[in-house]
Unconditional design. Structure first.
Length: 143
């Protein structure tokens, strides 16, 4: 199947403390800060893993009433070591609601759930192992 020219570039979440949330996501999930925006009505920090879809942390500054806590939103992250990331989530001030463990529905891959300081759900999925270049070449030339 051909890859679509259309794609999701980022997902934004409203947070109660912009700097604290940025610190959490950098420490817990290893996201890098790409840029910041100060708009008339909100401030934003854009975070991402290199070459991947971004998470936009947003905080409204226009004086409007906003609910930032326990909004039913889930961010799904593929990580190489879900147990280690769960530990970093705890150390960074989040909580773990489901310890990472193999899940049959995901082919035995490790899956865990946590929450950031505002209560957004963070799902940790074990990243598939990258194929070695020689394996990819062998598969492409097998015939």
């Amino acid at each position: 199947m051909a890859r679509s020219p259309d794609f999701l570039g980022a997902t934004g979440i409203g947070v109660s403390d912009l700097q604290a949330s940025a610190t959490f996501y950098k420490a817990a999930l290893g996201l890098q800060e790409l840029r910041t925006y100060k708009l008339d009505y909100m401030d934003e920090i854009i975070l991402a893993h290199e070459g991947r879809t971004a998470v936009v942390l947003m905080h409204w500054t226009d004086g409007s009433a906003r609910n930032y806590k326990d909004v039913p939103v889930k961010l799904v992250f593929y990580v190489t070591d879900p147990v280690a990331v769960a530990d970093r989530i705890r150390k960074a001030g989040g909580t773990i609601t489901l310890e990472p463990a193999p899940l049959a529905a995901f082919g035995g891959a490790m899956v865990g759930l946590g929450k950031d300081p505002d209560g957004y759900v963070i799902e940790l999925l074990q990243a598939p192992e990258a194929k070695a270049p020689s394996e990819s070449l062998q598969a492409a030339t097998a015939g």
